[in-house]
Ligand binder design. Structure first.
Ligand SMILES: Cc1ncc(COP(=O)(O)O)c(C=O)c1O
Length: 416
């Protein structure tokens, strides 16, 4: 959009809702990520260059050759059925046993979040999120005017004792929580993983207090060490399969440009989501779902994941090593076992927003922490994405960032 400031002739006509719509700092920073001179730890951009483009071309050609007229036609609002058979295989690898009828495809995970917010949230309704939480989810919930209660995470995910206390308190006040939003595997932005015991406990609490859990799992397959932990959905399926709405995306498994996500939920909820799809997009692109169907019909997609994991784990390792070598006595950070993100905490007198200006001048970008809290906390925190840059640039970028941080600390101490 043009940066030119113009008088808004229509300002009095917008819905109240637009007051609660915010631009994600990450989206703004993505423009920086596109500049080759900037070492970007900002957007969580997957390494799509590692895809086999010749194979992708083959899948596109096959899509056009076989039933081409159907594949570029409108499709079913619930998703392209043959592709859903492939999603069953993908989810089975994560331990989730489900059927095609339990799935709706969406235009990316972001639309899944928006649809779920749309069907559940009335203005003023309460939702619970982990804290810090994925900005895209916070922005979606806020745009439907939700009241967000955020519960802190530690190295094992959401703090259960604080959650339990909060739920009791809200129940006493007769406040019905619409849902608890969690990214249990290698969370965006904190990088932490919810432990098995806490997954069981959170589900137990959800059942006790009659609450839905939104389990958002874009990164589950990108584990670089340790054993996979059952998803909360899997635990729910072993029981009455009532409380968990599972969502995921192909953005990190295939490529974000396909804009394909999906939701697994109990049928009455799916019916409402389907109505939401009809009123917003009619149907997800049949064309991209069909290409994705071809992609997941070729067993080599599993090898692609292995290749991705090899690339990302090396990048994670170099970022952790360089942080350790340069900021050990000054800062702390999460040690993710997978995914894309490291959460950095600087001394509380430093502002990562202020430091960002210096960092960008020195050709390094990251996302300041405040955007991941509903109320602009996290001023001394930042999200560092290790997925985008190669190892040399990661090492260089972290060294530059560390130097700036050290200079800021020196300056602060000189005033004390
Ligand atoms: C936790 C989480 N959920 C949802 C999304 C949205 O993904 P997409 O819309 O690309 O499928 C992202 C993207 O980074 C994410 O990290």
């Amino acid at each position: 959009m043009s940066k030119k400031i113009t008088f808004d002739y229509w300002a009095d006509l917008y819905s109240n809702r637009t007051e609660f719509m915010f631009s994600s700092e990450i989206r703004d920073l993505l423009a920086l990520s596109a500049r080759p001179d900037i070492i970007s730890f900002a957007g969580g951009l997957p390494e799509v260059r590692a895809q086999n483009f010749q194979k992708l071309e083959k899948y596109v050609k096959r899509t056009l050759k076989s039933d081409g007229d159907i594949n570029i036609q409108y499709g079913c609002s619930d998703g392209y059925y043959p592709f859903k058979t492939k999603l069953i295989d993908v989810m089975r690898l994560e331990g989730i046993e489900t059927v095609e009828e339990d799935i709706i495809t969406t235009t990316g995970g972001q639309q899944a979040l928006d649809l779920l917010a749309k069907i559940f949230i009335n203005p003023g309704d309460t939702v619970i999120t982990e804290s810090p939480a994925y900005t895209g989810a916070l922005n979606s919930f806020k745009s439907y005017e939700a009241k967000i209660i955020d519960i802190p995470v530690d190295e094992n995910g959401i703090d259960i004792s604080i959650l339990e206390k909060k739920l009791k308190e809200l129940e006493k006040k007769k406040i019905q929580i619409k849902f608890i939003y969690l990214v249990p595997n290698f969370s965006n932005p904190s990088g932490v993983t919810l432990s098995f015991d806490r997954r069981k406990k959170v589900l137990e609490l959800a059942k006790k207090h009659r609450i839905i859990i939104l389990e958002d799992n874009p990164y589950g397959m990108l584990r670089y060490e340790g054993k996979p932990i059952p998803t909360i959905k899997e635990l729910d399926i072993r029981g009455d399969n009532r409380n968990v709405i599972y969502l995921s995306t192909l953005s990190k498994l295939l490529a974000p440009g396909f804009r394909i996500g999906w939701i697994v939920a109990p049928h009455p909820i799916l019916e409402k989501i389907s109505l939401g799809v009809q009123s917003t997009i009619l149907c997800v692109s049949t064309f991209t779902q069909r290409i994705a169907y071809e992609y997941f019909s070729d067993p080599s997609w599993v090898d692609n994941i292995k290749r991705f994991k090899g690339i990302y784990s090396k990048r994670r390792d170099i970022m952790l090593k360089t942080l350790k070598g340069n900021l050990s006595s000054i800062a702390s950070w999460s040690k993710p076992k997978g995914g894309f993100f490291i959460w950095l905490k600087l001394p509380d007198y430093l502002s990562t927003k202020e430091i960002l200006a210096d960092a960008v001048r020195n050709k390094v970008a990251y996302v300041p922490g405040s955007g991941f809290y509903p109320d602009e906390r996290g001023l001394n925190e930042a999200r560092l994405a290790f997925c985008t840059e190669n190892t040399e640039r990661i090492e260089k970028g972290i060294k530059i960032l560390s130097k700036i941080v050290k200079e800021k600390i020196k300056l602060y101490k000189s005033f004390k």
